[in-house]
Write a protein that binds this ligand. Structure first.
Ligand SMILES: NC(=O)c1ccc[n+]([C@@H]2O[C@H](COP(=O)([O-])OP(=O)(O)OC[C@H]3O[C@@H](n4cnc5c(N)ncnc54)[C@H](O)[C@@H]3O)[C@@H](O)[C@H]2O)c1
Length: 282
């Protein structure tokens, strides 16, 4: 496959590494004067312009500056200059593609947002805009899967998508706790690395909570401990909304036995702990 990487900073260089490692023909475009040096001995082609980079490619992965005006102008060019079949993917961290495709054909434009560095982190958030064709969503998912990534399709455009919104929520509270003198930064990092971080590498917040409820699952946790959590989540409880989330979690995990899910979580957590201890001693 021929792939254009537009913008070769932190994210573009990492994508280029991954694409080249999978044997794809990669064309890189970036006006930075030290581009050749930054690419080192990566097996990629340096294009003299965006037009040259995208001329006969199947996929474009855009990683330029996180500015609406930049992405608007660039995507207008990409739609005009890339082949009609090419997927046009943006690494944007927070700007939904409907914002930079207003007035142009957005049917093959969508977000493919990685976590840094994309040649190592598996997640890619695939976020179509309302005009993105379903076929383009399917192709993007297939493309990222073929690279060993884990694409997750998100059906509504929200600024920051899912990953960065979660990260921001936690970061906001972390900053608050340090500012309030509850804990210092190193102490807070210890809390995360030895609890939530470890857990979330094995199970996500919902499966983690489902198992936290024991054999009674998420329903038990939400109604039992959930009530005491009300102390830190101000606002009136909304039993109907809680019930909808309980139903969604039970739909996702309710058909699996507690003991099997808990055993799988424990196996993964122990493997992660073992790997971490090995990392400590190397
Ligand atoms: N850094 C992260 O952790 C991270 C994670 C996920 C997604 N992203 C997103 O990826 C994109 C790139 O972020 P980054 O951190 O790599 O930024 P960066 O500043 O490291 O790189 C941006 C690159 O774009 C280049 N550029 C500027 N004008 C250009 C043009 N006309 N054509 C081609 N290239 C041009 C710059 O020279 C620079 O090398 C942003 O949209 C950002 O939100 C960043």
């Amino acid at each position: 496959m021929k792939i254009a990487v537009i913008g070769a900073g932190t994210i573009g260089l990492s994508w280029a590494t991954l694409f080249a490692a999978h044997g794809h023909e990669v064309r890189v475009s970036d006006p930075r004067p030290d581009l050749a040096e930054a690419l080192g001995d990566l097996d990629v082609h340096i294009a003299g312009s965006v037009g040259e980079a995208v001329r006969d490619v199947d996929v474009v992965q855009e990683n330029g500056p996180e500015r609406l005006d930049f992405k608007r102008e660039l995507f207008a060019r990409l739609v005009a200059e890339a082949p009609a079949h090419a997927l046009l993917l943006s690494s944007s961290s927070a700007i939904p593609s409907s914002e930079f495709t207003a007035g142009i054909d957005g049917s093959r434009v969508l977000i493919g947002h990685p976590f840094n560095p994309p040649h190592i982190m598996p997640l890619v958030e695939v976020v179509p805009n309302p005009r993105t064709r379903e076929e383009a969503v399917r192709d993007a998912v297939g493309f990222y899967r073929s690279l060993g990534r884990v694409p997750v399709v998100e059906r509504k455009e929200v600024p920051g998508f899912v990953g960065n919104r979660l990260q921001n929520a936690l970061q906001r509270e972390a900053i608050h706790l340090v500012q309030a003198g509850v804990v210092d930064p190193a102490g807070l990092d210890e809390v995360v690395v030895n609890s939530l971080g470890l857990r979330w590498a094995a199970v996500g917040p919902f499966l983690g909570a489902h198992l936290g409820g024991g054999p009674g699952g998420y329903r038990h946790l939400a109604t039992h401990i959930g009530a005491s959590m009300q102390r830190i989540t101000p606002g009136r409880p909304d039993p109907a909304a809680t019930e909808r989330v309980i139903a969604a979690v039970e739909k996702a995990y309710g058909d699996k036995a507690y003991k099997d899910l808990a055993a799988e979580r424990d196996r993964k957590q122990l493997a992660i702990l073992t790997a971490r201890e090995q990392g400590d001693t190397e």
